[in-house]
Design a protein around this ligand. Structure first.
Ligand code: HEC
Length: 117
């Protein structure tokens, strides 16, 4: 009887230690709220290409860099997701998009769309 009780208790400990982190994570995945203020730290790597006069970059060859400032947030976010998923292919943008979290994408999209926080 005593042993059974111990087993029951340890079962409970295992279950709760598995479920607790899950519950915390579930909270994390609540709907993403875009915060254009937070994007300021995240766009330093975009400026190198998307902030060039004439919007051209020269590596690995000269190519046109589209202007993203002022485009719709939904458009920018969708474009980043497409690069990340491979639906759109452009090597540098794909590498960059893959390094961004969904929160980063939402923040950056809101920032470039000119949304005020
Ligand atoms: C190495 C240069 C480079 C960097 C750095 C870069 N981009 Fe780009 N980006 C490009 C090029 C070139 C394209 C056009 C690619 C194509 O033709 O699909 C592009 C396309 C895009 C598009 C799609 C625009 C459209 O009109 O469809 C978005 C959105 C975008 N970039 C966002 C970003 C963001 C946000 C960052 C920073 C996190 C970033 N880019 C960093 C070069 C760059």
């Amino acid at each position: 009887m005593k042993l059974q009780m111990k087993r029951y208790l340890s079962f409970f400990v295992v279950v709760s230690s598995v479920c607790l982190p899950w519950a915390v994570q579930a909270q994390d995945s609540a709907p993403i709220k875009a915060n254009p203020e937070a994007a300021r730290d995240k766009i330093s790597m975009c400026i190198g290409c998307h902030g060039l006069p004439g919007y051209k970059a020269s590596f690995p060859e000269v190519y046109h860099v589209p202007m993203i400032a002022g485009q719709g947030a939904a458009y920018i976010e969708a474009a980043l997701k497409e690069y990340a998923s491979g639906a759109r292919t452009f090597p540098t943008m794909q590498a960059i998009a893959l390094s961004l979290s969904e929160q980063d994408m939402a923040d950056i999209a809101a920032y470039y769309a000119g949304n005020k926080p």
